[in-house]
Write a new protein. Structure first.
Lengths: 219, 253
């Protein structure tokens, strides 16, 4: 290990980490949006759309992210739809994560007993009020562990962004190995930076999970 | 002549091929306490659920305070006047006892928060739950949960209360505390429809007993008539199920 080298390339990793985080969080934000919409469509069994959502979820979950990214980055321009690598990475992550989030939210929604909803209805709450005050808060807490697992999974998936030449952490490490042949230092920094990104997310997740668990769930 | 508050006309309810309620007619007067008894699956709970609009009718109509209950039109408004208490309590687990009670008055009836909270606390006091206002439902015993659920229904100022086997999930000692509350409500002149398997309680609280069998009212009358002189064979058999003959002891003393 060469400390001077590590010190020298640190800023490169820092920039790459910022980029990874940016794409990662935009992608996760997209996946939450897609997941919410899809899970509600499935929960309310909206005609036609339910089928479309089912097809999307199967495609999204049963193909690797790298192939989805190739499709968006190299395939779509062929039909006149061009995105830069940054947008492509975020959209790709959203496409993959959307299905995982949809399933996480759906399991939360479906875990709420029908009679809970009836009890809200019998108090005169409208469908929307029942969703907002009764179903949603409970479903959120119930699906939170799965949601958190997905966030961590998606952040780790960002490591394939280098395939569409996004200057992320993986790209930086591979680049430095190629130029300086300093494999040990480069990979060491790669591991450290991924841990720096993921450990706080992980810890925050367990903290929130504990807080939610304390708040009167289960009978 | 007391005013009629609720009327069922030729009500029929089917689940696929299974007929649960058949051509059922019933008239409830304001202040009347009706207890519905019958074997499991005779349609007792479905009857209450229909009145609350939780089940759609296949035929007939339900008229509440002169208005036809219409699933698409006035259901939400009329429901506010029809309180329902469930066997499994169904408090909202993510809300405190107080929040459980104040939610619907605040968001549905849009009442003043101070006034609602004050009333909720009064109700809790009457239920012996003033210490539990800020507890979560999981911190309560079954009996306490059910009393909180009754308070929640009462805070909406309903004109009719529906009790669906509200003590069926409770330990024996807790049954009493809940039934006591319901008995008090009856004494205050509240209109109630009660489904229960507690025959002694039924006898004590009811103005009228309905005996349901296969979705029809087989027998209807005052508690004395029903329990002392059941008219039908089915009712006799049903009532016998609550009695046990003393067995001959095999031990000589």
């Amino acid at each position: 290990m060469n400390p001077d080298f590590i010190y020298k390339v640190l800023p490169l990793y820092k920039d790459a980490a910022v980029l990874t985080l940016q794409v990662g969080f935009i992608g996760i934000f997209l996946s939450v949006l897609i997941g919410l919409v899809c899970s509600l469509i499935r929960y309310y069994k909206v005609p036609f759309l339910t089928g479309a959502v089912a097809v999307y979820i199967e495609i999204s979950r049963n193909t690797p992210l790298i192939i989805q990214l190739f499709f968006f980055y190299y395939g779509l321009p062929k039909i006149g739809f061009k995105m830069n690598a940054f947008v492509c990475g975020a959209v790709g992550l959203g496409f993959l994560g959307g299905s995982y989030m949809a399933e996480a939210f759906r399991s939360g929604l479906e875990a709420i007993a029908k009679v809970q909803i009836e009890s809200a209805c019998s108090l005169g709450l409208s469908g929307l009020q029942t969703m907002r005050y009764i179903i949603f808060p409970q479903a959120f807490a119930l699906s939170f562990p799965a949601f958190m697992a997905n966030v961590i999974f998606l952040l780790k998936e960002t490591s394939v962004f280098s395939a569409i030449s996004l200057m992320d952490l993986m790209f930086t490490a591979k680049d430095l190995i190629g130029i300086y042949s300093k494999t040990a230092e480069s990979l060491f920094l790669l591991v450290v930076f991924y841990l720096i990104i993921l450990l706080p997310v992980s810890l925050l997740g367990s903290y929130v999970e504990r807080r939610l668990g304390r708040h009167g769930f289960g009978s | 002549m007391t005013e009629e508050i609720l009327k069922l006309e030729h009500v029929s309810k089917k689940f696929h091929d299974l007929t649960v309620l058949e051509d059922l007619n019933l008239s409830v007067k304001r202040g009347e306490v009706i207890v519905v008894v019958g074997t499991s699956g005779c349609g007792k709970s479905t009857l209450l659920r229909c009145i609350n609009g939780l089940e759609k009718l296949q035929a007939g109509r339900i008229i509440f305070e002169g208005e036809n209950i219409d699933y698409d039109k006035n259901l939400s408004r009329l429901r506010q006047k029809i309180g329902m208490v469930f066997q499994s309590y169904e408090l909202f687990p993510h809300k405190t006892v107080l929040e459980n009670i104040t939610l619907a008055p605040l968001v549905v009836q849009k009442r003043d928060k101070k006034e609602v909270v004050r009333e909720a606390k009064e109700l809790l006091k009457k239920m012996g739950l003033e210490q539990k206002a800020d507890s979560y439902p999981r911190e309560l015993s079954g009996g306490q949960k059910q009393r909180a659920a009754i308070a929640r229904a009462l805070c909406m100022h309903p004109d009719v209360l529906l009790f669906d086997e509200v003590t069926a999930a409770l330990d024996p000692e807790m049954v009493h505390e809940v039934l006591e509350v319901i008995l008090n409500l009856a004494n205050q002149g509240r209109t109630m429809l009660i489904v229960t398997h507690e025959m002694q309680f039924a006898r004590a609280v009811a103005d009228r007993i309905l005996f349901l069998e296969d979705g029809r009212i087989l027998e209807e009358g005052s508690p004395e008539e029903f329990f002392e002189h059941p008219k039908t064979e089915r009712a006799k058999q049903f009532l016998q199920k609550f009695q046990y003959e003393k067995r001959k002891s095999l031990v000589t003393t």
